[in-house]
Ligand binder design. Structure first.
Ligand SMILES: NC(=O)c1ccc[n+]([C@@H]2O[C@H](COP(=O)([O-])OP(=O)(O)OC[C@H]3O[C@@H](n4cnc5c(N)ncnc54)[C@H](O)[C@@H]3O)[C@@H](O)[C@H]2O)c1
Ligand SMILES: O=P(O)(O)OC[C@@H](O)[C@@H](O)[C@H](O)[C@H](O)CO
Length: 527
């Protein structure tokens, strides 16, 4: 059983083994999309295949829509070479439900895969052609928060940028030249006000290029004209771990041959299959300038900006992502490699339950379309303990420095804004104290571990380098340098009245092997 077999007549084993097939004419959708594309997605990672591409498949299966999605990779080209093209862009979505049910679905909504870079001129020419097509309605992104960064060096490269947002702006320029055609740029990443991240990056390039006379001033007006180009916000939720060895084995046992997992040179974990949970939410601000694919057919909720803001805050600042990061920091130090196993650890479970319910929930705003209390209960009681989900604290700990401001900083700011008692933020402080201990890269038994990739990893590790995991006196003054980093914590922790307490907790956590367990237990049980 191979993915490409599904384009021909397939044998009965697919249905017998529970593989669901696309319910539409794949070649007809490909031909129509090639001629009149509506949707281009940047970021060919796991979430894209597990969620946006699967939503579109539902719309196609319904028979009420006829266009696929073109996926573009502008960073890790190996993903396209190894996980898309050999499989004719088909993939398998394995949904691991909390009752043990496993859903296997062949996803055929991706019609083309392209590499966005000048070293691939044919792909770039095709992309430019797509961007000049009046039928194009939206480009979306799952490129991680750091993907939206604009480096001064890239701005200096003029119309030959190497970073993804520069390439996107260059393609927008093609669309401008083709008649100032309308388009919507839709972030689907886990960052606060994600549409603004896209907009800020595009404006940075457009302003610089206009200033240098590389593009006309009218291009800058075009990317800022809300009748032409919009940057809606969204909230996306579906836990999508890296392709897992156990799932790979299960597929092999089915006789499904495309069960490789691939680790690229740029450190992406990919495969011709993805594994994810069944729960999913995608809430999008409905502000499109050229129409949009009818993703409501796949369950997307289209709402106004204020509602997206509240839903996103509920999920990213309170009910899911802070709990994820808290359990990942402590999970890595305590030697875990499975989220569901951490949920059986009373201290970790207590940490995130109390952090969520007692410390973060008081400042959550009810978005109306989803209830915070129901959402957090599902996270704590069904989603994170799901024993069939192969999610790992090491995945979640990736780029922690980029996530702390939104996952914890926003709660601190909300406490400040409402004049609430900062002394109530005990477990939140413990998580931030744990971050210094995590950066040290020594687990609670005293063994070294490798912290997950992070753009600030080396810089932050150098700050805590003087500290040792040992009993007795040592100089902790370096912690001031760490905890006064507003870029990492989102606020001035000392001005917020939390810095000293966090330092004190960090001292306890460094107090020799076993100190992490002891300190965690002490604060969690006292709360
Ligand atoms: N996996 C999940 O559970 C999940 C759930 C909700 C939201 N998200 C969001 O989706 C993002 C991607 O998750 P994923 O599971 O697909 O990860 P992944 O590792 O499978 O894919 C990451 C993608 O981002 C691209 N990328 C990484 N660094 C980049 C850079 N500097 N510039 C441009 N592109 C870059 C990679 O090339 C790849 O296409 C997350 O960062 C998060 O914002 C993920
Ligand atoms: O994807 P990241 O790296 O922003 O964060 C890691 C996880 O917290 C995240 O992927 C969650 O699984 C996701 O936000 C659930 O919807």
């Amino acid at each position: 059983m191979k993915l490409i077999d599904i384009k021909k007549e397939t044998g009965p084993e697919w249905a017998e083994k529970g593989y669901q097939m696309p319910q539409f004419d794949i070649e007809a959708v490909r031909a129509k999309t090639h001629e009149q594309p509506t949707w281009v997605h940047f970021g060919a990672g796991n979430l894209f295949r597990a969620f946006p591409a699967a939503i579109l498949q539902q719309a196609l299966d319904s028979g009420e829509y006829d266009r696929g999605v073109i996926v573009v990779e502008g960073f890790d080209f190996e993903i396209i070479d190894k996980a898309y093209r050999p499989y004719d862009n088909l993939s398998l979505l394995v949904c691991l439900q909390s009752d043990g049910n496993i859903e296997k679905k062949v996803i055929a909504s991706v019609t083309e895969s392209l590499k966005a870079d000048s070293q691939f001129p044919k792909d770039w020419a095709r992309l430019a052609e797509i961007f000049c097509n009046p039928s194009l309605q939206m480009i979306s992104f799952t490129i991680t928060e750091k993907g939206y960064a604009v480096a001064p060096a890239d701005l200096e490269r003029g119309l030959a940028p190497v970073l993804i947002m520069g390439k996107v702006t260059l393609l927008l320029y093609e669309r401008y030249l083709a008649g100032e055609l309308p388009l919507t740029l839709q972030s689907m990443d886990n960052c606060s006000h994600n549409g603004d991240k896209v907009k800020d990056a595009v404006l940075a390039y457009a302003e610089k290029w206009a200033e240098e006379g590389l593009v006309p001033a009218e291009f800058l007006e075009y990317v800022q004209n809300p009748a032409k180009v919009t940057y809606p916000w969204s909230m996306i939720d579906k836990i999508t771990p890296r392709p897992d060895a156990k799932v790979q084995k299960m597929l092999a046992e089915d006789g499904f041959e495309d069960n490789y997992t691939i680790f690229t040179d740029r450190r992406t974990y990919t495969a011709p299959f993805v594994n994810a949970e069944e729960t999913e939410y995608l809430v999008i601000e409905d502000k499109y300038t050229n129409g949009r694919p009818p993703l409501e057919l796949g369950g997307v909720l289209y709402v106004d900006r204020e509602t997206v803001d509240k839903v996103e805050r509920m999920k990213v600042c309170t009910c899911l992502n802070p709990l994820h990061t808290a359990m990942s920091i402590y999970g890595c130090i305590l030697g875990y490699d499975l989220i569901s196993a951490e949920m059986e650890d009373e201290d970790i479970r207590g940490l995130i339950t109390k952090l969520g319910h007692i410390e973060a929930m008081p400042v959550v705003v009810d978005p109306g379309v989803l209830k915070p209390a129901d959402f957090i209960d599902a996270v704590l009681n069904r989603r994170l303990p799901n024993p069939f989900m192969p999610d790992a604290p090491q995945r979640i700990a990736t780029d922690t420095s980029q996530k702390i401001p939104i996952r914890f900083g926003e709660t601190i700011k909300a406490y400040q804004a409402r004049g609430l008692d900062m002394d109530a933020l005990i477990l939140l402080s413990l998580v931030l104290a744990g971050y210094a201990r995590y950066l040290k890269g020594i687990d609670d038994t005293g063994k070294a571990f490798e912290p997950s990739p992070d753009p600030l990893l080396e810089e932050l590790r150098a700050i805590v380098a003087p500290l040792e995991v040992k009993k007795g006196e040592q100089d902790f003054s370096c912690l001031k340098t760490l905890y006064s980093r507003q870029d990492v914590f989102g606020v001035d922790l000392y001005a917020a009245g939390l810095g000293e307490r966090i330092e004190g907790m960090a001292r306890e956590l460094f107090d020799g092997p076993g100190a992490v367990r002891k300190t965690l237990h002490k604060y969690v049980t006292a709360r």
